[in-house]
Design a protein around this ligand. Sequence first.
Ligand SMILES: Cc1cc2nc3c(=O)[nH]c(=O)nc-3n(C[C@H](O)[C@H](O)[C@H](O)COP(=O)(O)OP(=O)(O)OC[C@H]3O[C@@H](n4cnc5c(N)ncnc54)[C@H](O)[C@@H]3O)c2cc1C
Length: 239
Amino acid sequence: MTEVVLSLVSSRPETPSVRSFMFTSEPPAKWDAGQYLMLRMEAPGDPRGPSRMFTISASPTEPRVMITTHVVNRSPFKEKLAGLPFGTPLKARVPMGTFGLHDDATKRAVFLAGGIGITPFRSMIRRATDAGLPQDILLLYSARTPEEIVFRRDLEILEDDNPLFKMVTTITRMEDSTEHWDGLTGHIDAAFVRKHAGPLDDAIVYAAGPPASVQGLVDLVAGLGVPNERIRAERFTGY
Ligand SMILES: Cc1cc2nc3c(=O)[nH]c(=O)nc-3n(C[C@H](O)[C@H](O)[C@H](O)COP(=O)(O)OP(=O)(O)OC[C@H]3O[C@@H](n4cnc5c(N)ncnc54)[C@H](O)[C@@H]3O)c2cc1C
C-alpha cells in the first residue's frame, strides 16, 4: 500500500444521484481491478470523520484513478467532494483489499450487484475486456429505475466489445421512473438467478455493495447451493 496525492481532473454524472470523480495520482497509483482506496479529506462537521473507502471504479488499464459515489442525501464529506475544485490535492492510500477476478478460466464469473455495488465490477469487466482475459463473465444487476443504471453506456460498450461478457439488468422501482423500459423488472431473487445464470456448479459468484444488500445476495446464492469457497463478497461498510 502506498500513500499518494490525488488531484481531481474531471467528474461526470453517471445517473441523477451518482457521480464519478477522476484523479491524477502522484506517484502513479497501482491497483488491481476490484481493489479500493482510502481517501482522506477534512470535511468540518462530518460525523464519520475525514476518511472514506471507495472502490477504484476505473480499470488499471485506464489512465486515471476513478471513484464513483452517491452525491445526494449527502454527508459533509460528500458535499465537499461534490464541490471540490479541480487540482485540489487529496491524500489517499492505495491499493487496498483483495476483491478481484479469479484466474481459473474454466470457472465463469457471476457478478451480482444492485445500485452503487457495480463499482468493482466495472473495473474488473473493463480490465478483462482490455486484457482479453478468457473468463466468461455474467453480470446480474438491479437498479431502482432505468435512469439509475450506473455506467449504463460503459457497460453496453463493454458488452459489444467483449463476447465473453453478458449483462442482465432488472429494474426494481419502475413506478419512480419517467423513462420507457421494456426490459426486466423485479428484484434479483432465486428464480431470477436460476433463470439467467443457470446452474452455478461452474461459477465463482461475486456480490458487492452496501452490507445489507450483499448479505441478501450471499444468502440467496448459498441457498442455491453455492459453497462459501465459491462466493466472494465486498461489503461497502459505511452505507
Ligand atoms: C471496501 C469498500 C468499498 C467501498 N466502495 C464504495 C464505492 O465504490 N462507492 C461508494 O459510494 N461507497 C463505497 N463505499 C462506502 C463509502 O466508504 C461510504 O461509507 C459511503 O459512500 C457512505 O458515505 P457517507 O457516509 O459520506 O454518506 P452519504 O453517501 O453522503 O449518505 C448519507 C447517509 O445516507 C445513507 N445512504 C445513502 N445511500 C445509501 C444506500 N444506497 N444504502 C444505504 N444507505 C445509504 C448513508 O448510510 C448515510 O448515512 C465503500 C466502502 C468500503 C468498505
